[in-house]
Design a protein around this ligand. Structure first.
Ligand code: CP
Ligand code: NVA
Length: 332
């Protein structure tokens, strides 16, 4: 498999075999690091990390993966650099391509990361846009494979909640490409658009994936081995929509009752994080105080902390999968 010099912008740019190769490489890199036999494939490479939106996992995963492999990173944001407000994406791409071997971008629009890739001479990685979160998908699939020992096309999972955000879109598309049994549940106004559904249907026609989009938790959950959710208000959305979202999405909370609907005794809970499951964050406290939802928002605290929750394995795998992307695209 040769992925040298490829951008990593969205799932549909890749075949199932290419995505599987990256997941397998991440599994091998994880084992190599644990067994202290990691070989450095990125000696003296330089990686630019542009973050228009905040991050803990994605930034740290890129930095640690780069350092493990012998590469160096530079962090840029909108305030302390010229990106966006004073210099266009096209100009930034051409400047950074002269210094760096790859560029990571997290920001609002998919068009922006696509434009960065168009004007850049080096691979560009999408670290999250409003539309897609493709690096997260490799970690989510690595985690589901590790926890079941199943082949990718034997996985069955549900995503419940705000299903027209980056996570809803990406889980739908990745499941469709990889041939999974994918169930997406949310209120009809928060289900993926017709355009996204058409893309997923086309991918499913090739892979044999089963896709269910529904407003029914019962329908989505029965038989699912994994239940994913995400925050009810994403980065860049107005805090004023919290009230409306809580009303719309409360029936889609992941709690004990929801997991029981799967009928799967060892069902696992997944969340890309950060998640609101207690009042130990400013937003979590504020929304819980306003709504009286003291047990958690998109997921209850007891489920988040239970043995069914694999969220920290999932978070760890961000690093191994991001390392796999860099090794595959710019490594020796
Ligand atoms: N899951 C994820 O992308 O986390 P960060 O926002 O912390 O990078
Ligand atoms: N949907 C979330 C994902 C965070 C990793 C957001 O965009 O804020």
């Amino acid at each position: 498999m040769n992925l040298k010099n490829r951008d990593f912008l969205k799932e549909i740019d890749f075949t199932a075999d290419e995505l599987q190769y990256l997941i397998d490489l991440a599994i091998e890199l994880k084992a190599a690091k644990r067994e202290r036999r990691e070989v450095k494939h990125l000696q003296d490479r330089n990686i630019a990390l542009i973050f228009e939106k905040t991050s803990t996992r994605t930034r740290c995963a890129f930095e640690v993966a780069a350092f493990d492999q012998g590469a160096h990173t530079t962090y840029l944001d909108g305030q302390s650099s010229q990106v966006g407000h004073k210099e266009s994406i096209a100009d930034t791409a051409r400047v950074l391509s002269r210094y760096y071997d790859a560029i990571q971008f997290r920001g609002k629009s998919q068009e922006m990361v696509e434009e960065l890739a168009q004007f850049s001479d080096v691979p560009v990685y999408n670290g999250l846009t409003d539309e897609w979160h493709p690096t997260q998908m490799l970690a989510d699939f690595q985690t589901m494979i590790e926890h079941t020992g199943r082949k990718t096309n034997e996985l069955s999972f549900a995503y419940v909640g705000d299903a027209r955000n980056n996570m809803g879109h990406s889980l739908l598309m990745m499941g469709a490409i990889m041939g999974c049994d994918v169930r997406i549940a949310g209120p009809s106004e928060l289900l993926p658009s017709a355009e996204i559904r058409a893309l997923a249907d086309a991918a499913a026609a090739k892979s044999g994936a089963r896709i269910t989009l529904t407003d029914s938790m019962d329908e989505a959950l029965l038989g699912a081995q994994f239940v994913h959710t995400d925050v009810w208000v994403s980065m860049g959305e107005s805090p004023e929509i919290w009230n409306e979202r809580v009303k719309l999405l409360s029936p889609y909370q992941v709690n004990r009752e929801a997991l029981a609907k799967t009928g799967v005794a060892d069902v696992k809970f997944m969340h890309c994080l950060p998640g609101f499951h207690n009042e130990q964050t400013t937003i979590g406290f504020e929304i819980a105080s306003k709504t009286g939802m003291h047990e958690g928002l998109e997921v209850t605290h007891d489920i988040f902390e239970s043995d069914l929750s694999v969220v920290f394995d999932q978070a760890e795998n961000r690093m191994h999968t991001i390392k796999a992307i860099m090794v595959a695209t710019i490594g020796d």
